[in-house]
Ligand binder design. Structure first.
Ligand SMILES: [Ca+2]
Ligand SMILES: [Ca+2]
Length: 91
């Protein structure tokens, strides 16, 4: 996603619909984006897609996980604790 901000007459930043010499381009998802640990598929949302992955790996030991990120708290197994972390980050 690409969005543009610029300064208005009061010198406050505001969204702009076009780029000018007084605007900055803001890149939505850069390489530096950090993901929630609960965002297993790293699409920046914690939702049913991540839950589906966690369900596939539920109660498996880390070595047997389809997706290693399913062990969100890194305690060696995908359990209800990991599910709890996912629920607390749900958005
Ligand atoms: Ca996700
Ligand atoms: Ca775990």
């Amino acid at each position: 996603m690409l969005s543009v901000i610029g300064k208005n007459a009061s010198n406050d930043w505001q969204p702009e619909d076009r780029a000018t010499t007084e605007t900055w381009l803001i890149l939505g998802a850069s390489a530096n984006t950090t993901y929630s640990n609960a965002d297993i598929n790293q699409d920046t949302k914690v939702d049913s897609s991540d839950f589906d992955i966690l369900k596939t790996d539920f109660l498996k030991l880390t070595a047997n996980l389809t997706n290693p990120r399913s062990d969100i708290n890194s305690d060696g197994q995908c359990t209800v604790k990991d599910l709890g972390i996912m629920m607390s980050g749900w958005k």
